[in-house]
Design a protein. Sequence first.
Lengths: 257, 307
Amino acid sequence: MSSVDIVEIEKIQEETPTIRSLFFEWGKKFKAGQFVMIWIPGVDEVPMAISKEDFDFITVKKRGDATETLHEMEPGQKIGVRGPYGNGYDIKREKILIVTGGCGGASLMEAVHFAEDKDIEVVTCLGAKTEEELLFRDRFSDMTELRVATDDGSAGHHGFVTDLAKKVICEEDIDLVLTCGPEIMMKKVFEICVARDIQIQASLERYMKCGIGICDSCTIDGKQVCLDGPVFTGDELKEMDEFGKFERTKEGRLVEL
Amino acid sequence: MTSLGSKSFGFEFDPPLILASGILDQTAESMERLIRGGMGGVVTKSIGMKARGGHSNPTVVELDTGLLNAMGLPNPGIDSYIEELVALKSKAKNTPLIGSIFASDPHDFAFLAEKMVLNGADIVELNLSCPHAEGYGASIASEPDLMAEVIEEVKSTIDEPILAKLPPSSLIAEKAKVAEKSGADGIVCINTVKAMAINFETRTPILGNKVGGYSGPGIKPIGLRCVFEVYSATEIPIIGCGGITTGRDALEYLSAGASAVQVGTAIRSRGKEAPQKIADEMKELMERERISDLSEVIGKAHECAVK
Ligand SMILES: Cc1cc2nc3c(=O)[nH]c(=O)nc-3n(C[C@H](O)[C@H](O)[C@H](O)COP(=O)(O)OP(=O)(O)OC[C@H]3O[C@@H](n4cnc5c(N)ncnc54)[C@H](O)[C@@H]3O)c2cc1C
Ligand SMILES: Cc1cc2nc3c(=O)[nH]c(=O)nc-3n(C[C@H](O)[C@H](O)[C@H](O)COP(=O)(O)O)c2cc1C
């Protein structure tokens, strides 16, 4: 087993002013919703969702040191990849609704590819603060039936993406909802689904260190996000007291989200 | 009936498999889950005086023969951790709970030990052996006088049993003797072996801290040797640790002289049911050898009779 695979960045695509995708040849198999640990030598190692088109790629939102460094990197530079880790989405339904905001689309693009492959119908509700921050708007509109919401009304529905989601759930025959994005958004989507008894799978984010289920850093209510997740079903989410409320710091302290 | 019960310092470990410090033991729920998975005891994450973030990532490197880690003793600090301890104790009343602590001086060790036992720990384990946190862990065991002072101070503060967790070293028997003389009720050996990983393509050490500790199957021969030597040198019970993955590994450690063993990295390779699997394998091997009780195993490698 090689401890970490070193790959060279082949190309970079700026997706929004704060989000970019980095493409590289990794070659390992993975499932929609799984993630990898990305090593930036000398800087940090952080969890990122992984997708595949002509190359394997990650899609990164600028937040702190590690992601800022990834935003400064250029083709030809090297990063490390280990994984794939986690469980991924379990997609067997006929009609899926995707609800996403922020950088959540990074985790869902592979699910869209999978659904397209299997002729599964997908409706997407995509949200962002502003029009220019809508991630993968073109990809989603090419492969799925897209509805858009922005906080400032610069595109689509002026308001929350969860308003759109609720409408779709009420009006259409949805078998399964997949969601990834800000946890408050996912919690809202979860509540809508529970009230209508619709299956949901949500991909959660917690501070990760080992990525392999031993350090207990990313644990939420006894479940390791890196190993038991990152995707949890509605039934699992129902059992979680911390979902939508608490997370653990790097030190392991439980704090409000 | 084959029994896997083993008694040390007044506590029964059944099976004699204890969750090693630092593996899935930051939260009460995770420890509880491993008790359900068959652990006969649990050691908490090593807890210090204040919240500590630990080293930067990468903190873990996967190897063919185990793992490297340089977590750097991340922990929420004793005041915050008490909540986990209390929650665990209320749910797992019958499983011995061992509180692991780290500090840089005898006074802090004693303070932490007292907090641990006041909030549910049955036994206290002194981390004198973490190889990658300067001023803590192995830095203490490398100074015999300081180690003796730490143990004496804790001993005079609490009544509960105290375990000294030692690093692998060619001098481990000497260190164990010092620990015994200072009042330790048991020895835990070994902690991880100081090690590193370098990536060639980037010519860079992989771990954020550059050096870390090696655990898993690759260190089993070192752990066995340490237990074997400590058994000859001391009278107090030994808890073996290092690379225990199967029932056979555990029985080898008991043969070397351990009364019970700790299991860490095997949780990665065999899942949260690892303790149940290891216990089943132990029983099967014992039955094959027509052994019904662990007293027929512990320390027997020192007798070397033709079987
Ligand atoms: C399973 C999973 C998949 C993810 N996928 C993506 C993705 O595809 N694209 C993307 O842009 N982001 C993704 N993230 C989030 C991403 O890992 C963090 O944004 C990144 O680690 C921030 O690091 P930083 O050094 O830039 O920021 P920092 O300044 O270090 O931290 C900013 C915030 O990011 C979070 N964070 C920092 N380090 C970690 C860590 N090791 N693990 C988890 N969270 C951390 C914390 O909430 C912190 O407050 C994912 C997270 C998880 C858990
Ligand atoms: C991720 C990780 C974290 C650890 N943290 C601690 C710790 O906080 N305190 C400690 O005494 N030992 C710690 N250890 C060492 C283990 O308790 C154990 O001594 C060592 O891993 C050897 O056992 P194993 O091969 O069964 O894992 C840690 C080990 C690992 C792999």
